[in-house]
Ligand binder design. Structure first.
Ligand code: 5HC
Ligand code: ZN
Length: 159
């Protein structure tokens, strides 16, 4: 008889998104994304970080002041779309642990992604998130909050 405590597709892909976020060097907010096709095959992953060649040690991670991370950081969702390297994303689902901003929403819509599954919406009141939701809705991209009866999943490196 098959085991019963296997994880759902949603838990698997949100888990991959969260695992990707662990690569982020951002001291304040770590975001991860995972794009999957209609056959539940992972097409790409990404997390928030600076572009290739722009060193995590040379560029600023601060939020305030003259020179901030916001000028340089590539969001997890855009990184996942770009990391797909031109694969067809039409009808794909994007799992992300923070609701996409307006700039990522533009890329999500234009790449043909059909559904966004998100975990948190901590910037729900920001102009960027409001604009994002407006565009995603107009474009017919479904947005759904992730749910699970589990609070956490754990990974062990020792068996
Ligand atoms: N959906 C998102 N995906 C992302 O990858 N980010 C990134 C950009 C920054 O590196 C960080 C947000 O920094 P902070 O303002 O919470 O200190 O998360 C932010 C958002 C929010 O819309
Ligand atoms: Zn974004």
């Amino acid at each position: 008889m098959k085991r019963k405590d296997y994880i759902s597709w949603d838990e698997y892909f949100m888990g991959v998104a969260i695992l990707a976020s662990k690569r982020s060097k951002d001291p304040n907010t770590q975001v991860g994304a995972c794009i999957v096709d209609n056959n539940n095959i992972i097409l790409s992953t990404g997390y928030n970080g600076f572009p290739f060649g722009c060193s995590d040690d040379d560029y600023p991670w601060c939020r305030d002041g003259e020179d901030t991370k916001y000028s340089y950081v590539v969001h997890a969702e855009l990184n996942a779309i770009l990391n797909a390297r031109g694969k067809n994303l039409k009808g794909a689902r994007l799992y992300v642990d923070l609701f996409p901003c307006n700039e990522c929403a533009k890329a999500i819509i234009q790449s043909g992604i059909a559904e966004v599954v998100y975990l948190y919406d901590k910037y729900a009141d920001s102009a960027a998130t409001v604009a994002s939701k407006r565009m995603l809705q107009s474009a017919g991209v479904a947005c759904r909050k992730f749910t699970s009866d589990k609070k956490s999943l754990s990974i062990d490196f020792e068996k």
